[in-house]
Design a protein around this ligand. Sequence first.
Ligand code: DLL
Length: 445
Amino acid sequence: MTAFPDDESFDIHPASVPDYMQIPQMRELQLGRLRSTVRRAYMHVELYRQRMDQQNVKPEDMRTLDDVTRLPFTVKSDLRDTYPFGMFAAPLQDVVRLHASSGTTGKPIVVAYTQHDLTVWTDAMVRTLAACGLGCGDVIQNAYGYGLFTGGLGAHYGAEALGATVIPISGGNTDRQIMVMKDFNVTAMCCTPTYFLHLLDRAAEMGLDVRKLPLRVGVFGAEPWSDSLRRHIESASSIKAYDIYGLSEITGPGVGSECRCQAGLHIFEDHFYPEIIDPISGEPVPEGEEGELVVTTLSKHAMPMLRYRTRDISAFVAGPCACGRTLRRIKRISRRSDDMFIIRGVNVFPSQVESALLAVEGTLPHYQIILTREEGLDQVEVHVEVTPAVFSDKVGAIEKLHNNLAQSLYQTLGLRVDVRLVAPQTLRRSEGKAQRLIDKRDLER
Ligand code: DLL
């Protein structure tokens, strides 16, 4: 007998049935889908065919799931180099939707969906929202950006197919967001965690106590956020804040999601095959160890991805989940392998800075890390907003907070960094992904 969740508010949506599949059946399903995905990629995408030929591997070589490791990796620059349509495995007339992800530099990467792919994506998003405890009767305010970004439309179609009521408000216009949240009896908010923080601040300024609203769930993702930030959000708003994960190259949101246990993200394995590898050697790491998440799509037609290197660092969570889902879990993604910076020989990730800051009372979760170079040496300065109470307090309180923050950062990073306390509401707010790291090193000598 398959174990189903004991919590009645977590009814099972029919689309969620694969979440509870017996593991051997799931592996069989994955293998069948892997074979057809590899065949499709080899037949229709020149880059895959060339790489597989170079590595002397053919689609017929996929005899077991472990054979996935014989396939070449795919990286983001492959999508750039074949811009715009070079990775498509379906003719353009079968492609019904394009999205694009704007990198920091140059051309975006383009991703494509057939009608079938949209059904797969919607299925993954229904299961995501259901895992966050949402269903028919919920009113979902979708403040992920609509447009080329996958967040808006991904969550939208998932919410509709779930049977919930969706408000397609998109990002921005914070005052209107708050009005809608209140007047439409919104029960769930979809947005980045940092935008939700901004909404909370603004609601407080407007004299609204979000804890008194029907809002009960946050479906947050698209950027790294820490467990400390989750605790801050949950206590400030009385909601349950769930972490959802995805990336455009693989589908958009819907690759993985937390469930009511909030103990790792379940990967929708019937559509996305996960591996965790050592980012340097490319070899799989032992179960439970940290490494780079690599994903192979199993169901996509327009743009299959073979062993896509996400650059996101995670680890498999061992053992079954108390929710009853049999899907493998990964630890929440706290960092990317490419957002690390090195200061005086010490490796630092923005997520470590966030945890160190939030451990100190009187700090707001609004911060920025500024990197500069002075006479060839890299310097780091952390700008942190403080609560209005601390800010208006006597100099003594500010000095004490400053010292506590510097000490907390030193303990976490093993490095002394400059801290600058700034007044509430002075750091720029984002409607989508927050920019935590401002790297000015290239601009200076
Ligand atoms: O951010 C898709 C998405 C939309 C996910 C809405 C969740 C919610 P991209 O713009 O292509 O797609 O960015 C993908 O964002 O490789 C991670 O580095 C980061 N990311 C996404 N979700 C999380 C998360 C969307 N829950 C990139 N935690 C990914 C940490 C995340 N990082």
